[in-house]
Ligand binder design. Structure first.
Ligand SMILES: [Zn+2]
Ligand SMILES: [Zn+2]
Length: 143
């Protein structure tokens, strides 16, 4: 049996595969070695393989063992901000997903359709414009 490499991730609630989180060196107030959006207790993650969108908390983060020759981070993680399209609502929904490009990540989130709900409970079906940021990953050589 080979030595497995440890990563952290979230388990998709639909297909039970993983959304791997970037590694972060703990610094400042952060005590965790994984990426988590600053200041958020709950965060939306979209599993790109099956398109399932779900709300997670940091207590959902799991340790995942991966074969050393497997790259668990084949494509970047993106933070996609979706403005609510309801009249007089300025709330935003932040969704994280993996995708090979900014455009692919945006399209996957737009396709989540009725799964998107702003913090005030409005269903966002036609978001007016997405703000997409790539999350930096620390690719460590841990062989
Ligand atoms: Zn899935
Ligand atoms: Zn709203």
């Amino acid at each position: 049996m080979s030595n497995l490499v440890e990563w952290y991730g979230l388990e998709c609630r639909k297909c039970l595969r993983h959304i791997v989180l970037p590694h972060r060196i703990p610094q400042g107030s952060s005590t965790h070695p994984w990426y988590w959006p600053t200041g958020e207790t709950l965060a939306w993650f979209l599993h790109p393989d099956c398109g399932y969108l779900s709300l997670y908390s940091e207590s959902d983060v799991r340790l995942i063992a991966v074969e050393p020759d497997q790259n668990p981070l084949p494509v970047p993680l993106w933070r996609v901000e979706v403005p609510c399209d309801h009249d007089n609502c300025d709330k935003r929904i932040v969704v994280h997903t993996r995708g090979k490009s900014r455009g692919a990540a945006g399209a996957a989130v737009s396709d989540a359709g009725f799964g998107l709900k702003c913090p005030d409970g409005h269903i966002v079906s036609n978001p007016p414009g997405l703000h997409i940021l790539e999350i930096e990953e620390k690719r460590e050589n841990r062989s």
